[in-house]
Design a protein around this ligand. Structure first.
Ligand code: 5GP
Ligand code: MG
Length: 175
């Protein structure tokens, strides 16, 4: 089977690899003795999370949360909901959110507020990509991979209609 729309490589896997290695070094420096709780946002962050945690050589826990942003097609709308929440008590924990891409910032600013209400000791954000030109709500990215152009990206966990998550490179769809 072949894809209806052909993906064109924007960020090759070797470059992603280097970025993940750099982010892992930054995270290691800050969290080695903090009993870190890494919180991935499903589904998009699952590939990034898997690569990132395998570069960290200290004790940590992994959790996932699923959010819905009432997205229709490629646009994120204004309102975010927790679809699959946390079964873990965050009180006193150092939480690092792991996200594939920050676009408008609506999802992340919602989640950061939500986690702070759960009395985490600290909440920081690691994002592999930043579509900074699209920002509508300010979000501080503590560990940032790459700035990306305002194009719809797929691969390395990112989907279009649930397809393409398995591509090893970050790609754009050709028309
Ligand atoms: P935000 O709330 O920042 O607008 O949206 C963030 C979420 O929108 C991301 O976690 C991701 O699920 C989705 N998103 C934003 N830009 C892209 C993109 O270029 N490609 C894909 N596949 N999803 C995107
Ligand atoms: Mg996402």
């Amino acid at each position: 089977m072949s894809y209806p729309t052909k993906p064109r490589v924007l960020i090759p896997r070797a470059e992603i690899d280097d970025v993940v290695t750099r982010l892992a070094a930054e995270i290691s420096r800050d969290y080695r003795d903090k009993n870190l709780l890494m919180l991935g946002i499903l589904k998009g962050a699952f590939v990034f999370m898997a690569d990132l945690v395998r570069r960290l050589d200290f004790p940590l826990e992994v959790e996932f949360i699923r959010l819905s942003s009432y997205s229709s097609g490629q646009q994120t709308q204004g309102s975010v909901k927790v679809v699959q929440g946390l079964r873990r008590n965050l009180k006193g924990r150092h939480v690092l959110i792991v996200e594939d891409i920050v676009d408008t910032g609506i999802t992340l600013s919602f989640l950061i507020d939500y986690l702070k209400k759960k009395k985490a000791s600290s909440v920081r954000l690691c994002a592999l990509t930043d579509k900074v030109s699209r920002r509508r709500v300010p979000v501080e990215i503590d560990y940032k991979g790459l700035t990306v152009p305002d194009k719809f990206l797929v691969g390395y966990g990112l989907d279009f209609n649930e397809q393409y998550r398995n591509l090893p490179d970050i790609c754009v769809l050709e028309d």
